[in-house]
Design a protein around this ligand. Structure first.
Ligand SMILES: NC(=O)c1ccc[n+]([C@@H]2O[C@H](COP(=O)([O-])OP(=O)(O)OC[C@H]3O[C@@H](n4cnc5c(N)ncnc54)[C@H](OP(=O)(O)O)[C@@H]3O)[C@@H](O)[C@H]2O)c1
Length: 395
């Protein structure tokens, strides 16, 4: 068993940024897995609580959904924050935060040259060219930052048949990606998996990879989680999809994810982690009834099986967002063992907190936006399927 002191000695001998004495034992394994995100790593342990180490933090992105939560938390914790983006989405969004400008799609990274940061969080490499964006960022930043934290995704996995699943499950490769052939743009999961490889190739043992599942909560413009609190708050008869006990959910509150990402940088924690929760997940009924526990409208539940919903055009993750019943090869999709993540400091807000914060955000939007959610079934479509279900049940 490598102790923290042994590790620091090794890291110091090895030189590099880890010699700053900020890495944890998990980082040692990272050194052995350069460019290979598939190698299992040991569970890190969090240093004792204390005031956070003040850091210079660079955030690639910063003004979309997750970035602002990172920026605000980092500023609150006393960090010196710089954001880098095109200056298009929300220029001047923050006061007291340095804004650098450049277009990663055009390889415009000059604004980053000749600077020094303790850590960088990369949010914006999310599209088909993510591997190129990460490779380019590594070329510029390799010798200018101690730690590179890449926001990846749960979509990188090729196989989640093991239950519980862990972050060490097999990843998509060019060979294992279905319905894709060389020369086509990379699909999302493959792009992120390849980008992880670029991060490890560029930053080696100084890389941290976080793989979030569905990110939910205030600021989410996709409305995938928002559909449920809004629907349940309206009350009445609610269509609840699938098996109330066997179908499971693991998502992540954006604040839990972003605050943890900043702490991983404060603590100099390296390695690969999931970003989902809570620890044992929730059944579909715990999820829906938990949201209902934070609302007051009178309501009733009608559970409709998956097959009937499919016959009526109601699909998991589409008309019924968040819900994703197990499919062959992905039984562990919402059954991750999160011991490593919890040991590394991931915490979970209550579902009631996420629900209330999401509703507060939703009610703060303008009337038109409130009336047109971007995910989930319309009230009319839901009523139609409920009627069909009741008719089928009596006949
Ligand atoms: N939402 C989910 O449920 C979910 C689940 C799993 C993983 N993820 C991952 O989480 C991350 C979500 O990111 P976010 O959008 O919320 O991050 P963000 O950092 O809040 O916003 C994206 C930023 O990227 C900048 N940007 C866009 N195109 C750019 C370009 N060509 N060059 C430079 N900067 C550019 C945007 O600013 P400008 O437009 O001004 O350039 C914006 O600041 C992604 O990596 C995604 O893969 C999301």
């Amino acid at each position: 068993m490598t102790t923290r002191r042994d590790f620091l000695k090794t890291a110091t001998t090895a030189g590099g940024a880890a010699a700053a004495g900020l890495a944890w034992p998990g980082a040692l394994a990272g050194a052995e897995v350069r460019g290979d995100p598939t190698r299992p790593q040991p569970t890190p342990t969090r240093p004792a609580d204390g005031p956070p180490r003040r850091i210079r933090l660079l955030i690639l992105g910063g003004t979309g959904f997750i970035g602002p939560h990172q920026v605000r938390y980092a500023v609150e914790r006393g960090h010196e924050v710089t954001i880098f983006n095109r200056g298009q989405s929300a220029p001047g969004m923050f006061t007291g935060v340095e804004e650098l400008t450049g277009d990663r799609a055009a390889g415009e990274l000059d604004a980053l040259r000749g600077r020094r940061w303790d850590a960088v969080i990369d949010n914006s490499a999310a599209r088909a060219d993510a591997p190129d964006w990460v490779r380019d960022a590594a070329e510029v930043l390799r010798d200018q930052v101690d730690q590179y934290l890449f926001i990846s995704t749960r979509s990188v996995f090729a196989d989640l048949s093991q239950v519980p699943a862990t972050v060490d499950a097999p990843l998509l490769t060019r060979e294992t990606t279905r319905n894709w052939s060389e020369g086509q743009p990379y699909p999302y999961g493959l792009a992120k998996a390849l980008a992880e490889g670029e991060a490890l190739a560029g930053f080696g043992d100084r890389t941290t990879i976080v793989r979030p599942g569905l990110i939910v909560g205030p600021g989410d413009e996709t409305d995938r989680f928002t559909y449920w609190p809004v629907r349940i708050e309206r009350g009445g008869e609610i269509l609840a999809p699938g098996d109330p006990h066997e179908d499971r959910i693991q998502v992540i509150d954006v604040r839990d994810l972003c605050e943890w990402a900043v702490r991983l940088c404060e603590d100099g924690t390296y390695g690969t982690f999931m970003g989902v929760g809570p620890e044992n997940g929730r059944s579909m009924s715990e999820f829906l009834y938990g949201i209902a526990g934070a609302t007051t409208a009178p309501l009733s539940w009608t559970w409709v099986p998956r097959e009937f919903l499919a016959e009526h055009g109601f699909r998991p993750y589409q008309e019924m967002p968040v819900w994703r019943p197990p499919t062959p090869g992905f039984e562990g999709f919402a059954r991750f063992d999160l011991s490593r993540e919890v040991a590394a400091g991931l915490t979970f807000r209550s579902l009631a907190d996420t629900t209330l914060a999401t509703l507060a955000y939703h009610h703060g939007r303008d009337a038109e936006r409130r009336a047109t959610l971007r995910a989930g079934a319309s009230a009319e479509a839901e009523r139609r399927v409920l009627e069909a279900w009741h008719q089928a049940s009596v006949s």
